[in-house]
Every structure is written in C-alpha cells, then in structure tokens.
Design a binder for this molecule. Structure first.
Ligand SMILES: O=C(O)C(=O)C[C@H](O)[C@H](O)CO
Ligand SMILES: [Mg+2]
Length: 403
C-alpha cells in the first residue's frame, strides 16, 4: 500500500481550520488537524512545500518511521509549525490504520481505560455575578467541571472573557493583533473573590479551574496558589510562561494548588523537567501542536511515571479532527485527568461530521473505524480563509507582556 496523494484544506466556518487529507492507492483516506491559531498559512506552506511531496509513494502503515523521517529528517527539529505539520500527518495515518483494521482508534491504542471522558467547559463573565450565571448554565447542562474567568475592575478587556455575556470567547478576533492592557496587581487582588463566590454558590463538589494565561512571575503565582487553596481548585493553569521550567519548582514549594501547563508545548523536551521533578500535576500538550498521537503518547507515558495526568488543550481553535482524536486518546490513556471542551459553531460541526457525543458533562467516544471525524470538502469551500490574529498584551506603562 502506498500514499497516492495528499493535500491541505483551509476552511473558515466561523474561524480558520487547516486539515490534511492523505489518500492511499487503495482508496482509504485519513485526515489530520494542522490548525495553528493565527499562523495557519505557515503550516500550510510547510506541508505543501516540504512534507506532502516527500510522503507520496510511502507506505502509510509505517507511522513510526514516517514520524521520525519528518522529525529527524528535517534536521531543524521541533517548533510549533514543524510539530503541527508532523501532527497532522500522524493523525491522518492513525486514522488510516484504524480504518484498515476496522477498529475505532481507541482500540488500536490499547482499548478503553474508562467508559467516558470528563470535560471542563468555560464560564466567562464581565463581572463575578455574570460569571456565576454562566457557571449555573453549565451546571444545568450537566458539566461537572467548569473553568471560571471574570473581568477585573480597572482592566478594560481580559483574556478568556467573552465580549458579550453568554457568548463564546474567541481570542483571534482581529485582522492584526489587538492590544490589551494588563495589571497584575488589580488581577491578584480581585481573582480570589471569584473562587470564593463560586464555592459559596455551588458548594464543594463542582470542579473549578482557572487559566492565568502566563501573566504572572513565579513569586506572584506562588502567592495566588496559596491564597486560593481554601477553594480547592482542580487546577491553576499556565500561571507563568514555561520556557524556564525551574520556575515551577519555586511555585510548587509554596502551594498545594494543583498546577497545569503545556498548551503551547510542542515536544516532550518542553515538559521533561516539569514532569521528572513533579513540579506540575497536569500536562496540557495536545495532539495537533505536539507531534500527534505518536509523540503525545510518549509524553503521557513519561508523565504517568510521575503521577502527572493529561488535561488536553481543547479550545475552538483546534478542529473537531483534533477533538475527536483526543477523545479516543483520553478514552485509552491510563493517566487521564480531564479534557477541555469549547463547543464549535454549528457551521464547524457541519463541515466536520463526527461521531463523538457530549452527555452529562462527559464525552462518549464513537465506534466508527478511524478517529470518527470526516470533512465535507464541498461545504468547506463555502468558508474561505480570513486572516485572524491573537491579541498582544501590554502593562499599564506600555511594556509588552506575556499573552
Ligand atoms: O483554552 C485555553 O486554555 C486557552 O488558553 C486558549 C488559547 O488562548 C487559545 O487556544 C490560543 O489560540
Ligand atoms: Mg489556556
């Protein structure tokens, strides 16, 4: 069996998605997600110019060999563009292999470790009261875990909070990057009040999560972790940027609040010290940005040795192809923690028909051979690419800060 042809599909049903389709000479095809938010066309160029021509004629069943061919063979290892391109190939090849086996992907990975996959939803509000209403809506819809993000008095716009209450949050909302202003002191003084209010209204059983989006220094993160200990967060996410992995050692010494990090990671080496030193509790590197199933499986296995569990990134800027594959992985992986879930628009769901379903705060994996997600290429053509950028962030004095 040989790879006969492969091509990229760019579509924007509400937001941009990049999909790679690989077709074999026997007619079986697989698809993979290559979406890198705000840098979509860089991955398309990498795939079209450097990857697809080298795939033609190869045996699609040699997933491991093709992974190393693209990783080691490139010489220029790692980085989000390279690893998203490799991930798309890898996901498509696992899709093909599962279809050839006549099995859903989770069976090929090793079978079910659980019946269903707990997810967390996003509650956002411009203030604490409106955020609590959104938490209530999620609880009514069955969610057992909710990420809470609220506006902060004195900060005009803040990451993770929808522009209008009740609407979904979309970070890539402008042609060129919008500029936001950030105040760490205003945030740190305000945010513990949000968790106090959530516990007061919803009691102890609801899992609450929070994303700091890389805004703090290690000692500020330590202060926040300590202050919110009474509210028993499921996790505090991305409290500092993680290029300097040792920073998490400092935070860890000060607080028992569980720490999650890794949505921007693209390699095991981004997380190695974090895992081996047990500085984190959840690893968020996910399939599309971290080299696909083949590589994330290695990250998860290392994490399992150190009591670190998975908590895959799952925003709307990963396509249903990634989400569907992630649900298979979550169903299998022994050290599963939780799966992020931001519902896609109905237009996106129509372009990407899928067999996973949401039920009572969990995802239930599908039984279709492959990863269970397809693409309607005719419909996809109706939604042309439109450049969209993530914002940048400045301190009140104008200093460019982390986003
Ligand atoms: O989902 C999250 O936790 C995020 O932080 C979402 C990111 O801002 C988004 O994926 C950036 O593309
Ligand atoms: Mg995040």
């Amino acid at each position: 069996m040989k790879i006969e042809h492969a091509y990229t599909i760019v579509t924007s049903p509400g937001r941009n998605f990049v999909t790679l389709k690989i077709v074999t000479d026997e007619g079986t095809y697989g698809i993979g997600d290559a979406t890198l938010n705000g840098r979509e066309m860089a991955v398309v160029a990498y795939l079209d110019e450097h990857v697809i021509p080298a795939l033609i004629g190869r045996d699609p069943q040699r997933i491991e060999d093709i992974w190393h061919y693209l990783y080691r063979g490139a010489y220029w290892r790692r980085g989000p563009v390279t690893m998203s391109a490799i991930a798309a190939v890898d996901m498509a090849l696992w899709d093909i292999k599962s279809k050839l086996a006549g099995m859903p992907l989770y069976q090929l990975l090793g079978g079910k470790s659980r019946e269903r996959v707990m997810v967390y939803g996003h509650a956002t509000g411009r203030d604490i009261d409106s955020c609590l209403e959104e938490v209530a809506r999620h609880v009514d819809e069955g969610y057992k875990a909710v990420r809470v993000q609220a506006g902060v008095p004195g900060i005009a716009s803040i990451y993770g909070v929808a522009k209008k209450d009740g609407e979904p949050y979309e970070p890539a909302d402008a042609d060129l990057p919008a500029e936001h202003v950030w105040s760490t002191s205003k945030y740190l003084n305000h945010v513990p009040k949000l968790f106090a209010a959530v516990r007061e209204r919803f009691g102890d059983d609801l899992h609450i999560l929070h994303d700091v989006h890389h805004r703090l220094t290690p000692i500020e993160a330590a202060r926040l972790g300590k202050e919110v200990e009474p509210y028993h967060l499921f996790w505090l996410e991305d409290c500092v940027p993680a290029e300097n992995q040792e920073a998490f050692g400092l935070i860890r010494q000060h607080t028992t609040t569980p720490l999650a990090v890794g949505e921007v990671f693209n390699s095991l080496y981004d997380a190695k010290a974090l895992i081996e030193n047990q500085w984190i509790d959840y690893i968020r590197a996910t399939l599309t940005h971290a080299g696909g199933i083949t590589h994330v499986r290695r990250i998860a296995d290392l994490a399992g040795l150190y009591h670190v569990r998975t908590g895959f990134h799952g925003p709307t800027d990963l396509s249903p192809v990634c989400l569907g594959s992630a649900i298979h992985f979550d169903t299998w992986v022994p050290n599963f923690g939780i799966q992020e879930y931001m519902p896609h628009t109905s237009a996106t769901d129509e372009v990407f028909p899928h067999d996973y379903r949401f039920e009572d705060g969990h995802f239930i994996v599908g039984e279709t051979p492959g990863h269970g997600v397809d693409i309607d290429e005719e419909l996809a053509k109706q939604y042309p690419y439109k450049r969209a950028s993530l914002p940048v962030n400045r301190l009140e004095d104008g200093t460019l800060w982390h986003w």
